[in-house]
Design a protein around this ligand. Structure first.
Ligand SMILES: Cc1cc2nc3c(=O)[nH]c(=O)nc-3n(C[C@H](O)[C@H](O)[C@H](O)COP(=O)(O)O)c2cc1C
Length: 330
């Protein structure tokens, strides 16, 4: 979970028999190395490093400019942006080299596939590649490109949707119960279920439907190791599945979040469409820098099973999920 993955959380998960993970999207190469060092100081367990695949910019520059101007004006109601150019995002290629150098158990991708040369190199080093997919077409593309396992992400999931074609994300919102049997019937590689799994019942159901493992996000967001802000943790407490919102308001890409005033504002009649990715992300970053105290609801990611997230330590959450699932499967 990019932005919600301190080494302490990964250590707690790995030490309980799971696979710890880091979303390195915003990490510079040096930070990737440091993070892995911190993880290894606490655990010799399995480790996954994850990154978003970059996409080509949106086609029509005039349309893009118009939408950026509209979004910028609308964002003015939340405060005054700091228009100074912020730090540039870390370079994807350098991040990939840093992930290889760190020799994790798994390197995983979302929103596309790696180049063949990178896949060859990670395999030569004995690292497995897990690729996130939200449709069978995308899963087959990833399998063909050499993915060793597919993360089947249902539309229940918190955070960003892993669609390869981001423009199609709303039209291809398949729930995990439909996605898993479809993947199981057509893929040769193992499947990892993600989306709305937050207790032993979800784990057991996913395994019964054809998954070999599960990937959990939202259920760990209230754990003490995660370091989620007080406001974010409170917005998850008792949050109904139907109250979560799939929104492009944070980054220009579709992501599931809690219904904060910020998110709701973008659904009001007359609100513009958010700017395309990555412009919306940049605009929100500028606003956040300009209003560091007033924008605490950016970004309250939440999956549809948020109400099942507890404040237990992460190791206890993972142990309970597996214990309860084992009981149900027996
Ligand atoms: C705060 C947060 C950040 C996330 N960041 C990433 C990410 O960087 N890369 C990724 O592949 N998935 C990311 N995800 C999605 C998760 O990998 C997973 O698909 C999702 O959490 C599963 O659904 P659940 O939240 O209902 O458990 C994120 C999810 C959350 C909640």
């Amino acid at each position: 979970m990019a932005g919600a993955c301190p080494p302490e959380l990964a250590v707690a998960v790995a030490e309980t028999g799971g696979m710890g993970g880091a979303g390195v999207l915003q990490f510079a190469p040096l930070r990737i190395a440091e993070w892995v060092e911190q993880f290894r100081a606490g655990s010799s367990g399995a480790l996954q490093l994850n990154i978003w695949i970059p996409e080509p910019p949106v086609a029509d520059p005039d349309e893009r400019e118009r939408r950026v101007a509209e979004a910028r004006e609308f964002l003015g109601r939340f405060g005054t942006p700091d228009d100074a150019p912020g730090p540039p995002p870390p370079a994807f290629d350098a991040q990939c080299e840093a992930m290889l150098a760190a020799r994790p158990t798994v390197i995983s991708s979302i929103m596309g596939v790696f180049e063949p040369d990178f896949v060859r190199r990670l395999h030569e080093q004995g690292i497995a590649w897990f690729a996130c997919a939200t449709t069978l077409d995308d899963a087959l593309t990833a399998q063909e490109a050499g993915a060793d396992a597919i993360v089947a992400q249902g539309m229940e999931a918190g955070g960003h949707r892993g669609s390869f074609d981001q423009e199609a994300a709303e039209r291809t919102d398949v729930g995990l119960f439909a996605l898993l049997p479809r993947f199981a019937d057509h893929l040769q590689v193992p499947i990892i279920a993600a989306g709305g799994i937050a207790d032993g019942r979800g784990v057991a159901a996913a395994l019964a439907l054809g998954a070999s493992a599960v990937q959990v996000g939202t259920a760990l967001l209230r754990c003490p190791e995660t370091g989620t802000s007080k406001e974010w943790a409170a917005s998850l407490d008792g949050l109904a599945p139907e109250a979560t919102v799939a929104t492009r308001a944070y980054s220009g890409r579709l992501a599931r979040a809690a219904p904060t005033p910020y998110v709701r504002a973008w659904t009001e009649p007359g609100a513009p469409r958010p700017a395309p990715f990555p412009d919306q992300l940049r605009l929100v970053g500028q606003l956040r820098r300009g209003e560091p105290d007033g924008m605490d609801e950016v970004n309250h990611w939440a999956g549809q099973s948020a109400a099942l997230a507890t404040e237990e330590p992460a190791g206890e959450v993972v142990a309970r999920m597996w214990r309860d699932a084992s009981g149900l499967l027996a």
